[in-house]
Unconditional design. Structure first.
Ligand SMILES: Cc1cc2nc3c(=O)[nH]c(=O)nc-3n(C[C@H](O)[C@H](O)[C@H](O)COP(=O)(O)O)c2cc1C
Length: 162
């Protein structure tokens, strides 16, 4: 029995982009039924259950967002998604505009484990380092990396090695 105090979430392969595979309409139906049975949030992904995709959208920014917006409105459930949403301005916008409820990160988190701090800096947060536990924040605040270091826009801010 799932404890009531924990959210019940599910990652869903919602669209195979192939006429032989899962169609997005079926995913909406499936999530609606699961919502009735206690699902709290759906994490929307592609299907990738078939050998090929009719269109391969992998170079497009936020290509699951339109489906996520539809699922959120038609199934009436909080929705998360990933797939090229790791651009701070886009992640911020889709939360503010209530397109989705939660941004998931795959490769951006691998490329920069401190993505949330970097994103906060990009979004001009007053104190990005306060967003992580103090023992990390203290070390990161005093970190002066090589300007080419991924995710740390030293050249832009004028900061650099002391
Ligand atoms: C190393 C790696 C392993 C992954 N493993 C899974 C997996 O087991 N199941 C899954 O549904 N998605 C998996 N994914 C897909 C991610 O969850 C995510 O949807 C995808 O990377 C797109 O988001 P991104 O643009 O933020 O990377 C994986 C991605 C990466 C990079």
């Amino acid at each position: 029995m799932w404890p009531e105090r924990y959210p019940l979430t599910m990652r869903l392969g919602s669209d195979d982009l192939n006429a032989q595979g899962v169609q997005f309409e079926h995913a909406i139906l499936a999530v609606s039924l699961m919502k009735e049975r206690g699902l709290d949030l759906a994490d929307l992904s592609l299907g990738l259950n078939t050998a090929d995709l009719a269109t391969a959208p992998f170079a497009q920014l936020g290509f699951m967002l339109e489906r996520a917006r539809r699922l959120r409105s038609e199934a009436g459930i909080p929705v998360a998604t990933s797939w090229n949403v790791g651009v701070p301005a886009l992640a911020d916008q889709v939360i503010r505009e209530e397109v989705i409820d939660l941004v998931m990160l795959g490769r951006p988190a691998l490329a920069n484990p401190h993505w949330p701090v970097w994103a906060a800096r990009e979004l001009a947060h007053a104190d990005p380092f306060s967003l992580v536990p103090e023992d990390w924040g203290c070390w990161l605040r005093n970190f002066r990396a090589h300007p080419a270091c991924i995710g740390w826009p030293l050249a832009k801010t004028g900061e650099g090695p002391a």
